[in-house]
Design a protein around this ligand. Structure first.
Ligand code: ATP
Ligand code: MG
Length: 140
């Protein structure tokens, strides 16, 4: 089934010059990019995005990190793209991530793990709408 997911190249990935590398991996996997822009989130915007993690011990650190510099937000489209994107990213902790995944190859820390990807259709819908309106998504 064709579906959409939100991908973010996090501030560590942008600062380290990994935009092209991450985009290349999506394109090489046959995933279509149907929206893309750069954003520098405020702390409040990052807190809203990660509201599901509000009670977690790492929430303050995570939202500080996510608002520390520019990030690239993208809408990806394709068959089963939510799961496929998470496969390309690898496990949250890069030490557990499979060989050849983005996080295994580039992450330096459990927090600074280069990319974000929605984890379910409901979170994808919320996260896409958090950054994009319908006119900013091609074919949308
Ligand atoms: P994301 O939501 O960013 O795609 P994920 O779904 O693999 O990642 P989550 O459990 O949703 O992981 O955690 C969100 C983010 O919070 C992680 O990507 C990471 O940046 C950070 N994080 C998760 N667990 C920890 C932890 N134990 N310590 C510090 N940061 C963490
Ligand atoms: Mg998550």
């Amino acid at each position: 089934m064709t579906e959409r997911t939100l991908s973010i190249i996090k501030p560590d990935g942008v600062a380290r010059g990994l935009i092209g590398e991450v985009v290349k991996r999506f394109e090489s996997a046959g995933i279509r990019i149907v929206a893309m822009k750069m954003v520098h989130m405020t702390r409040t915007q990052a807190e809203g995005f990660y509201a599901v993690h509000r009670e977690r011990p790492f929430f303050d650190s995570l939202t500080t990190f996510m608002s520390s510099g520019p990030a690239v937000v993208m809408v990806l489209e394709g068959d089963n793209v939510i799961a496929r994107n998470r496969e390309l990213m690898g496990a949250t902790n890069f030490k557990d991530a499979a060989e050849g995944t983005i996080r295994r190859d580039f992450a330096t820390d459990i927090e600074k793990n280069v990319v974000h990807g929605s984890d379910a259709p409901e979170t994808a819908a919320f996260e896409i709408a958090y950054f994009f309106n319908q006119f900013e998504i091609v074919g949308g």
